[in-house]
Write a protein that binds this ligand. Structure first.
Ligand SMILES: Cc1cc2nc3c(=O)[nH]c(=O)nc-3n(C[C@H](O)[C@H](O)[C@H](O)COP(=O)(O)O)c2cc1C
Length: 199
């Protein structure tokens, strides 16, 4: 089993989404002897944004790219290869300003590749990253679950589904900015949810 862990908090220490992603991976590894884990921390090891030179590189045929353009496309190719090789994907996803972090967006922009991870057919888009299990650990300062303000969850579900990642399970630590009692309650609930699902 290949497990891919994507951490997207800007924080190198004290990140709740990373703590929960670590807990999820530890549980999966414990239940699957010999599982291999690939980790990418997008804050410690950032992926470049999708800017104009990157777009030009992606839309230039491979045999006509400059060395610089080929190197930029190769960075995205490496992330696509990791996700293709994964059986299980674990994502730590903090809520920043009602959305995903800029770090996670760079990963989304890298792995969405027409003809490789999705394609358009007569009935619309078809995701090509099929047959994988995805766990997403969401940490947020307030409470948004089941509220109109939870646009992050819709973005996560829609994007992952678009590339074929439809078997997605979410875990939440909500209220992380609402004082020590709320933090303790959120952490205990998230830990219990993780333990319950992976026993
Ligand atoms: C720049 C920034 C923006 C944030 N925006 C929101 C927000 O829109 N809604 C919310 O509930 N919490 C928000 N928070 C709180 C974080 O979601 C919370 O601190 C969470 O624990 C961050 O994840 P992490 O612990 O993995 O770093 C924000 C925090 C930061 C630093």
């Amino acid at each position: 089993m290949n497990i891919l862990q994507i951490n997207s908090s800007a924080r190198s220490t004290g990140s709740e989404s990373t703590r929960l992603a670590d807990a999820l991976v530890a549980k999966i590894v414990a239940a699957n002897a010999g599982a291999a884990v690939t980790r990418r921390d997008l804050a410690a090891d950032p992926h470049p944004v999708l800017d104009e030179p990157a777009l030009q590189a992606l839309f230039t045929p491979a045999d006509q790219r400059t060395a610089e353009q080929a190197a930029r496309v190769a960075l995205d190719d490496a992330l696509i290869a990791q996700v293709q090789a994964a059986d299980v994907i674990v994502i730590g996803a903090p809520t920043y300003n009602f959305g995903i972090t800029a770090q996670l967006k760079t990963w989304f922009d890298a792995i969405a590749r027409a003809g490789v991870t999705f394609k358009y057919g007569p009935t619309g888009p078809v995701g090509l990253l099929t047959g994988k299990k995805v766990y997403v650990a969401v940490a947020r300062g307030g409470m948004h679950k089941d509220a109109p303000s939870d646009i992050q969850l819709a973005h996560l579900k829609t994007f992952l589904g678009f590339v074929g990642l439809t078997d997605v399970q979410f875990f939440f630590a909500e209220g992380m900015g609402m004082g020590p009692d709320a933090v303790a309650k959120a952490q205990a609930q998230a830990d219990a949810d993780i333990n319950a699902v992976l026993v």
